[in-house]
Structure formats: structure tokens, C-alpha cells
Ligand binder design. Structure first.
Ligand SMILES: Nc1ncnc2c1ncn2[C@@H]1O[C@H](COP(=O)(O)OP(=O)(O)OP(=O)(O)O)[C@@H](O)[C@H]1O
Ligand SMILES: [Mg+2]
Length: 579
């Protein structure tokens, strides 16, 4: 994306607030005008009042000065308020757009290939940077820019030669200031880096104290820590040298500058080239440029940051999902006959030569229970993830009642599918709402019925607030078995035609295992079920058992048949299946 395209996109977010922007700019012009005017008035205060002792002028200024500052205040308030308004509105719009894009558009693979931190930072940091650019960067560009122009114009108006000298020499002073600033920044980055190093040693060794002690490496860790600590000391002292030097040096440069100023300006006053009032007005104007110049010089950094942040945001918004709905997609009718895998292959990474699934051929009739077994990493989870189109096959087709899944709408497909995953995902909400997550219109009666079917009702009602109990942080206040049963109640309530169960391998104690098993039986009734199974009881119940190895189906059959003829199945039976 080039800068022009970025600014065009950014402008499309500012544009709705166009008229407010115009008012804000008008206010900024006002601030610049009134700031310049207040400095100009200084000339009359000194010349007419203090030197000529003109009483009428005194009255005028006593009335006029508050008026000017009142107007300046109004303008300043107006631009501050309006620009914050625009900035915050842009934040609002961008955040909503990003969130919607993440959730509605982008496919699962996007989230797996990106670190969660970087995804979140688009919505938080990057959007924040743009807000700052609008409500402070743009302001300093326009307001400070105009103020600087106004003040410099006043200086030229008062004494053009003197103004010229000032303009020529002030860059030197600014340059010295800039060198100091840069040096300070560098040292502060270094010291932050060192602090981070120290923290990470602390975290590592304290959380790993058992290992440190077990391997007798205390001395080594102490040495490492002392070294980092000493580095930190050296860096800090270096920054202290700069920090302590800067006020006296600044003061000296300042005095030197003013002396030259007073000497030259004073002789001109004595020579009668200009009045004392003009001189002070000039000094006031020159000093007043300091703050706007300082923030103005920051705008380039703000601009660069903004470009980078916008680019990151717009790249996300421009990312096309990999699983897309065909433009002429039809609504998939409720499953009547069968689900067919035809020569299905799949890889997560298209550059990979190794297939995660290869040539899967499978026909599943409605109402069947299909158990999928295989060693860890053989592709079981991947296989079932193709059914709701979390991913699309890289080759081959998946069909339901003869409809290619690529030609049906995602909603009509996913509405027929219920999933209980290997890891139970619960949201920070009430138990009730967690069960009703896929069916928000469900009545309390239906929810209780589903919970009862999942064997969850009794433990839910035993909790203090029953169905209104809040689930904290993905369910840390529940046991693994309880979490699973809530997830099952959620799937039962949705009443899907197709059920996908990825059994947790983590062992539940035998009692809750029994309870979960009963819930499972309830869940599988009258549905087409794909179950990645580790329990012998489930496997025995299956109509078909699919044995997977390295992404290939090595055999399909019933329990006893497979025990007799499939070596891998026999091995899995011995080591993996439990009851
Ligand atoms: N999101 C992903 N990106 C890239 N590779 C993946 C991804 N998920 C799984 N894989 C790889 O695909 C292969 C199959 O993984 P899958 O999760 O389907 O195995 P599994 O049979 O479900 O194993 P387990 O029994 O341990 O759950 C593995 O080699 C795994 O490393
Ligand atoms: Mg798995």
C-alpha cells in the first residue's frame, strides 16, 4: 500500500465528520490569530501606557485584553472538543469495522497463523495511534503551524532585520536541544531494554527455582543477574550525566541568547529605530513560538507512526477470507441422506509437500455414529474441522445430500452442526447464557431440559446462584467434567442434525466419566455423529470406525472386525482406548 492509498482510506473515515472538521479548522485559525494579537498588544501596553501614560489606552486595553483571551479560549475549547470528537468517532468506526471483519469475514487459518497479541493490538494500539494523530497530530499541524506563521509575521512587521537574524540563529539553539533529546531517548530505550532483561531473568529463575536448585546452578544465575544489574547501573549513570548536564547548559545558552538579544535590541531602541514596546512585543512573540515549534517538530514522528498503524489496520481490513461463500450460494436443506467425502486432501500450509489428509473417501448415512480413531497427530481433528468448513479441502469435495459444501451458505451449513471440542470453550457469562449461546431464543424450560439431558442440572442447581452463576475466565471455577457437560447441554439445546465430538483425552475420574458418558448417549440420539473417540464404550457403539494414520484411512469397520484384521487398531486398542 502506498501512502496515497493509505491517506485515501483514512480520509474515508474522516469524511463523515467533514463539517465538524471545517469548524475545528476555523477555531484553530482563531487561536492562531488571537495568540498573535495578544503579543502585538504588548507593544501598545508599554508604549502608550507606561511611556506615554495615556489613560484612554489603558481603559481600552483593560477591556480589550480579556476579550481577546476570551475569544481565544472559546476557539481553543472548540477545536479541542471537535477534534477529540472526530478522533473518538474514528476510533469507534475503525474498532467496529475491525471486530466485524475478524469475526464475520476472516477464516480460522488467519487466527492460527497470527499471534493473538498482534491481532488484539490492531484494535487497541493501532487504532489508538490514529486517534492520537487526529486529535493531536492534525491539531498541531494546523493550529501550531498557523500560530508560528502569525508570530513570525508579527516579528517581521515589528523589525524585519532583527526577525531575520533571529530566524537564522535560532536553528542552532534548536539543534543543540535536539541533540540532547535524541541522546536522552537513546539512553532511555537502552535502560528500558535492560529492565526488561532483568525482569525476564527474575521471572524465569523464580518460576523455575526448582530446576535452578535441582541443577545446582544458583551461582550461575546469580552471576548472570549481577552482570545485568551492573549493566543497568552503567546505563543509568550515563543517562544521569546527560540529564544533570542539561539544565545548567540550557540556562547558559538561554542567558547567552538573551544577552545578545537585549544588547542588539537595546541599541536599536536607544538609536530610536524602534520603541521599547515593539521590542518587548517582539521578544514575547519570539518566546511564544517555542511551544508550537516543539509540538510541530513532533508531527513528523506522529505522521510516520500513523502511516504505519493505518497500513497495518487496512491490511487486516483488506484481507480476504480463505473460506468464502459462493456469490450464488444456496441454503442447504436439512440433512436427509448422507455426507460424502470424495478424494479429500488437505494441508494447512500450501507450501508443505506433506499432506495432513490425503485421499479421504468416506460415506456417512444419516443417523450413523462414526468413530474416528488414530494416533495423536494423525489428522482426526482436522478431518472433522472440514465438515463445518472451518477449512476447505485443498483437493476433492465434501457433499451433503449431493450438495457441494462450497456451494451452500455457511450459516445454513453451520446451523445444522453442533460441536463439542477437545478444549471446552465457555464465555464469561452466566451458566444459563453459556448453555443458550447457540440458541439465544431458548426458554428457561428448554435450557433446564437440555442441562438435565447433559447431566448438568444437578451440579448447576447446587451452585449458589444456580443458572445465574457467573462463569469466570473460561470456566476456572468449574471442574473439567462440569465444563464438558455445560458444553454438551449447549449442543443438545441447539438440537443439531450433525454432531461433532472431539473427546477430551484428559482422564476424568470414573464417576464423572460415567456421568459424561450418559450425557453423550443422550446427545448422540437421532443424529449423525462424528466422534473422535478414546472410550471403548463409545467405540463399540459406533456404526463405523475409521482408522486414521498419517492422514490416510487405513481401515473402516466394526470393532470386532478391526480387532481381527487391523494391526494399528489392535495397537490403539491396547494403549489408547480406556473404559
Ligand atoms: N492449525 C494448524 N496449522 C498447521 N498445522 C496443524 C494445525 N493443526 C494441526 N496441524 C498439524 O496437522 C496434523 C494433524 O493434526 P490434528 O490436530 O488433526 O491431529 P489429531 O489426530 O487430532 O491429534 P490429537 O489426537 O493429538 O488431537 C499434525 O501433524 C499437526 O501438527
Ligand atoms: Mg485432535
Amino acid at each position: 500500500m502506498d501512502n496515497k492509498a493509505i491517506f485515501k482510506k483514512l480520509w474515508s473515515y474522516v469524511k463523515p465528520y467533514y463539517s465538524r472538521l471545517l469548524w475545528a479548522v476555523a477555531c484553530m485559525i482563531g487561536v492562531a490569530l488571537f495568540t498573535t494579537a495578544s503579543m502585538w498588544i504588548l507593544k501598545y501596553v508599554i508604549d502608550r501606557i507606561f511611556i506615554e501614560k495615556n489613560i484612554r489606552m489603558l481603559l481600552m486595553i483593560v477591556l480589550g485584553l480579556p476579550l481577546i483571551f476570551l475569544l481565544k479560549g472559546i476557539c481553543s475549547y472548540g477545536q479541542g472538543y471537535l477534534m477529540s470528537y472526530i478522533g473518538q468517532k474514528i476510533v469507534l468506526d475503525l474498532r467496529n469495522d475491525l471486530f466485524a471483519h475478524y469475526h464475520q469475514k476472516l477464516s480460522l487459518d488467519y487466527f492460527e497463523n497470527k499471534r493473538t497479541g498482534s491481532i488484539i493490538s490492531r484494535i487497541t494500539n493501532d487504532v489508538g495511534i490514529i486517534q492520537n494523530a487526529v486529535s493531536s497530530g492534525l491539531v498541531s499541524l494546523v493550529k501550531d503551524g498557523l500560530t508560528i506563521i502569525g508570530l513570525i509575521a508579527l516579528m517581521f512587521f515589528l523589525h524585519w532585520r532583527f526577525a531575520l537574524y533571529t530566524l537564522i540563529f535560532s536553528p542552532f539553539i534548536i539543534y543543540v536541544l535536539a541533540i540532547f533529546g535524541k541522546k536522552l531517548r537513546r539512553v532511555s530505550t537502552e535502560s528500558q531494554q535492560k529492565t526488561a532483561d532483568i525482569y525476564s531473568i527474575l521471572i524465569e529463575t523464580i518460576s523455575g527455582i526448582k530446576i535452578v536448585k535441582a541443577f545446582c546452578s544458583e551461582d550461575r544465575e546469580i552471576n548472570r543477574f549481577e552482570r545485568e544489574n551492573r549493566d543497568f547501573f552503567n546505563i543509568t549513570m550515563r543517562s544521569m550525566r546527560v540529564i544533570s548536564l542539561s539544565p545548567p547548559l540550557m540556562e547558559f545558552i538561554g542567558v547567552l541568547g538573551s544577552t545578545i538579544f537585549v544588547w542588539y535590541g537595546g541599541t536599536e531602541v536607544i538609536r530610536g529605530y524602534w520603541t521599547a514596546g515593539a521590542f518587548f512585543s517582539f521578544v514575547g512573540a519570539a518566546l511564544s513560538t517555542y511551544t508550537p515549534i516543539k509540538s510541530f517538530s513532533n508531527t513528523n514522528a506522529v505522521l510516520q507512526q500513523t502511516i504505519a498503524a493505518s497500513e497495518r489496520i487496512f491490511k487486516v481490513l483488506a484481507t480476504e477470507p480463505t473460506v468464502m461463500e459462493a456469490p450464488d450460494a444456496i441454503a442447504l436443506p436439512l440433512l436427509q441422506k448422507d455426507i460424502v467425502f470424495k478424494k479429500v486432501s488437505f494441508t494447512y500450509d500450501t507450501d508443505d509437500t506433506e499432506q495432513v489428509l490425503s485421499d479421504i473417501d468416506l460415506v456417512v448415512k444419516t443417523g450413523e455414529i462414526i468413530a474416528i480413531v488414530g494416533p495423536s497427530g494423525s489428522g482426526k481433528t482436522t478431518l472433522v474441522n472440514l465438515i463445518p468448513r472451518f477449512y476447505d479441502p485443498t483437493a476433492g469435495t465434501l457433499m451433503m445430500d449431493g450438495n457441494d459444501l462450497k456451494r451452500v451458505t455457511l450459516a445454513s451449513l453451520r446451523n445444522q452442526i453442533g460441536i463439542v471440542t477437545q478444549e471446552t470453550i465457555l464465555f464469561s457469562d452466566t451458566v444459563r447464557n453459556n448453555i443458550a449461546y447457540g440458541s439465544p431464543q431458548a426458554t428457561d424450560k428448554e435450557i433446564v431440559k437440555a442441562a438435565k439431558a447433559a447431566n448438568a442440572h444437578s451440579f448447576i442447581t447446587a451452585m449458589d446462584q444456580g443458572y445465574e452463576t457467573l462463569i469466570r475466565d473460561r470456566g476456572i471455577n468449574l471442574s473439567g467434567g462440569e465444563r464438558q457437560r455445560i458444553a454438551m447441554a449447549r449442543a443438545i439445546l441447539k438440537d443439531p442434525r450433525i454432531l461433532i465430538l472431539d473427546e477430551a483425552t484428559s482422564a476424568l475420574d470414573s464417576e464423572s466419566e460415567q456421568i459424561v458418558q450418559e450425557a453423550l448417549d443422550q446427545l448422540m440420539m437421532r443424529r449423525t455423529t462424528f466422534i473422535i473417540a478414546h472410550r471403548l464404550s463409545t467405540i463399540r457403539k459406533a456404526d463405523k470406525i475409521v482408522v486414521l494414520e498419517k492422514g490416510r484411512i487405513v481401515d473402516i469397520g466394526k470393532h470386532q472386525e478391526l480387532l481381527n484384521r487391523c494391526g494399528l487398531y489392535k495397537k490403539l486398542h491396547e494403549i489408547q482406548f480406556r473404559d
